[in-house]
Write a protein that binds this ligand. Sequence first.
Ligand code: GDP
Length: 310
Amino acid sequence: MTRRIVYLAGGVGGSKLAVGLASLLSPDELTIVVNTGDDEEFHGLHVSPDVDTVMYALAGLTNEVSGWGVTGDTFSGLSMLERLGAPTWFNLGDKDLATHIRRTQLLRQGWSLSKVTNELSQQLGIKHRIVPMSDDSVRTVIHTPEGPLSFQDYFVRRRCEPSAAAIDFTGADTAQPSAGFSEALQEATAVIYGPSNPIVSIGPILALPGLRERLQAFSGPRIAVSPIVGGEAVRGPAAKMLRELGEEPGVGAIARRLAGLCDILVIDETDRDAASEVERWGMKAVAEQTIMTNIEDRISLAGRVLELAS
Ligand code: GDP
């Protein structure tokens, strides 16, 4: 029987395992579903940061130093925008700008974000399906002592400094999962949650109407990889946000958030002793090397996850 894997991802962490999975699975075996809660408009252009991070990773274009953007990109366009008086706190390289120009152009012609993502992926030579979680607008809002901040405002302009008191996914209650997501889930033999921020990357996907129920009722194996290693995020604000929301950052917090939606949580081998904190949420813990610094790590972790999913 053909495997049909639905893989749920955010940006940087999610894209690393996506590359591993894409090296081991054929295009018809894998659908990568990406968070769009971080999407925002800059300079009149629709930017989908997580979709782009996954797309650039699969196209072999990722800037491996920063984890986002296109390798070797230059920033002349942004400098000129600054000279022209535009706010330029959100870094957009010249090649990256081309992606957003093309995306925005196609969206203005009435294409859905799914159709645009498929077109951009094909043009970049990507064989595997990347689908946005929804074609409807869902926007992550971080409520802070400075007031509500859009995700990019919080993450990039304010460098995650304000404390997060609450998180909202504006639009999520009426947004529909994209057709590509919904159909892939219908046919899926396994679901994999990437090592992505549980609050602002996996959170918006789970906030879509009916999604939790579908994942709860899913009859195949559901495997997740923890983005928290040794009580800290490998990068980004996941641990800080969990603390601010009153949760102890650890593999237990990841398991708690996926309770009823996941059968096996892959934790890092350094967290082996915390397996019982995972298992109290009704899932098995499996300890592996989960830090992905190079392509070999990505393929090896993906291989292990696929073994667990079979
Ligand atoms: P973002 O939208 O770009 O923040 O991307 P994600 O939500 O996909 O990724 C952020 C999460 O990925 C963070 O919580 C990191 O801890 C996690 N992460 C990044 N690299 C790795 C890695 O190599 N291994 C694991 N296990 N987690 C990682």
